[in-house]
Design a protein around this ligand. Sequence first.
Ligand SMILES: [Zn+2]
Length: 233
Amino acid sequence: MDRVDVIAFGAHPDDVEIGCGGLLAKEAALGRRVGIVDLTRGEMGTNGTVEERKAEGEAAAKILGAVWRKNLEIPDRHIERSEENLAKVVEVLRLYRPTIILIPYWNDRHPDHVAASNLVTEAHFTSGLIKFLPELKPYRPKEMLYYFLNYEQEPSFVVNVTDYYDQKRQAIAAHDSQFGRRNPMLPTVVNTRFPYRLESRDRHLGARINAQYGEGFVVRNLLAIHDPVEFWK
Ligand SMILES: [Zn+2]
């Protein structure tokens, strides 16, 4: 199996676009191999069918430059910590051996985002254990980067995604069943207030690093800078 540099995990088929679409487009443009894994098919979402959401996710992955997008088909609203679900995530980590993984931030208004955060975090640890799923070689990605959906905190760092922001917007717009203005469509937090809030956050974080748009990430480990002169040059 060809390894990838980055895997972004989401609970639903539009989470990674919202939280780290700019970073994914940037890494792909830098020549890195980017994979996307949705834990569920989003079948409990207020708008859109499973088929629509699958097609939208594939279109968005193309826009961002991902090499593949997979769905683990865990039932929506049931992202629980079970051996079966843990094994599904560990299998992806061990087959594709990413350097970093992107995960929803652990605090969120949507319980699925919290559950996805916890499940993938636990899978990251478990994936390094030699006695878990012994038929696959253990592997633990170097770092987990948590991206923001609804709730946020002071990020550990911000990535300048200005040059990739149009791709992020297009990738989000590809999820027409969620963000479109179709009729009939039920108003939700996602299709009414959220797009404005998201863009404000990305602009604000960008402004704080003297860029137009930025995406913030949290890491639990302290960041080490190897050469401060090179870093600030
Ligand atoms: Zn979601």
